[in-house]
Design a binder for this molecule. Sequence first.
Ligand SMILES: *[C@@H]1O[C@H](CO)[C@@H](O)[C@H](O)[C@H]1NC(C)=O
Ligand SMILES: *[C@@H]1O[C@H](CO)[C@@H](O)[C@H](O)[C@H]1NC(C)=O
Ligand SMILES: *[C@@H]1O[C@H](CO)[C@@H](O)[C@H](O)[C@H]1NC(C)=O
Length: 362
Amino acid sequence: MSPALMQSCTALSGSLYRRPCFLFILVAVAVSVTYTTFTLNWWNDPQRPSVINHTGKTADDDQVNTRVLTNRNGVQWEDPGRYHVAYPRGYKFVMDEPEKCRYGNQAPFLVLMAPVAPGNLASRDAIRRTWGNETLVQGKKVQTLFMLGLPGGPGAQKVQEKVNQESRAHHDLLQSDFMDTYHNLTIKTMLILEWLVSRCPEASYAMKIDSDVFLNVQNLVSMLVNPDTPKQNYMTGLVWWHSPVLRNPDNKFFLPYEVMAESEYPPYPLGFGYIMSMDLPKKILGVSPQIKPIYIEDAYLGMCLKRLGISPTDPPSKSLFDVNPIYSYGRCKLSTVVAVMTTRVNQLLRYWQDYSRPGPPC
Ligand SMILES: *[C@@H]1O[C@H](CO)[C@@H](O)[C@H](O)[C@H]1NC(C)=O
Ligand SMILES: *[C@@H]1O[C@H](CO)[C@@H](O)[C@H](O)[C@H]1NC(C)=O
Ligand SMILES: *[C@@H]1O[C@H](CO)[C@@H](O)[C@H](O)[C@H]1NC(C)=O
């Protein structure tokens, strides 16, 4: 579940009758009890690294004292602490598809970038069979790629071998040498932007889309080719205009005042699926060194946009994006949306089957 969704759930906690949220809150209570216990133990642990000396400044203040870590090879880096992530750190792509955006001499109009965990082959296969297989839409070239970090844990080597095989079979995987963990999503996003800048500069638009989302590529392309859609400084999706910074330490997306003094994040489109014009990746990477990356990736992009003086844009209709559908979508509704969150791989496959059946959708 994306941080943004959690936040939206938290914000919606008044509406308990919404079953998905209610269930989520039950789970959240269970998780936070465990988490609190962990946090307290961690806090009292004499081994606890003395992480950051917060000076009460905002996240982009570089004067915060930080601990320097050294690995076995003597390489040093700054401990990002619990709320920031280690970016930039000179990550390299260990798996690349440098020609994807040049293939056939025609740059894609739209690049779909799906961050996904290395072990999540099921999601990638589902995408390949559904929206990832839409390569030419209304005469516009569309390219789908998956972004991975390194697998961790005891089975890591096996997973990596499978990923290598999969890459040879499909040639649609990008992988960089950072640990692929939930906490590191911001790193993944920034590397997606780096890849777009270096490998895909001639595309018109890029979308970052979570692997559990149903995407109606036809409607997305229609929205983008509309003459009213800006070609620059454009970022859209389900824009969260007043997302509160969560101050309850038990919340998964807690940020202390010392890291983020403001009470709300600058506006940003929710992480489950956002679209940007292709001038933005470079601009965001340009200001990013001035703003210390927090682990909440979509909110961080909002902070970068704000620094650029750019506001996200609401889509033509908010119903085009649904992050928290209350009911399962039918064929008629699927034909009207751009992006809808699904609950599991099977639902994505079912949605696609339903949506792509011939005949009038409604
Ligand atoms: C934290 O940093 C500030 C400014 O760098 C310094 O004045 C203060 O003494 C430090 N506090 C601690 C507890 O190290
Ligand atoms: C992609 O679509 C084509 C037809 O448009 C179909 O022949 C092919 O089997 C599809 N690929 C996958 C992986 O489903
Ligand atoms: C994030 O990735 C970096 C680089 O691989 C790694 O050092 C760090 O442990 C990861 N952080 C988490 C919380 O997984």
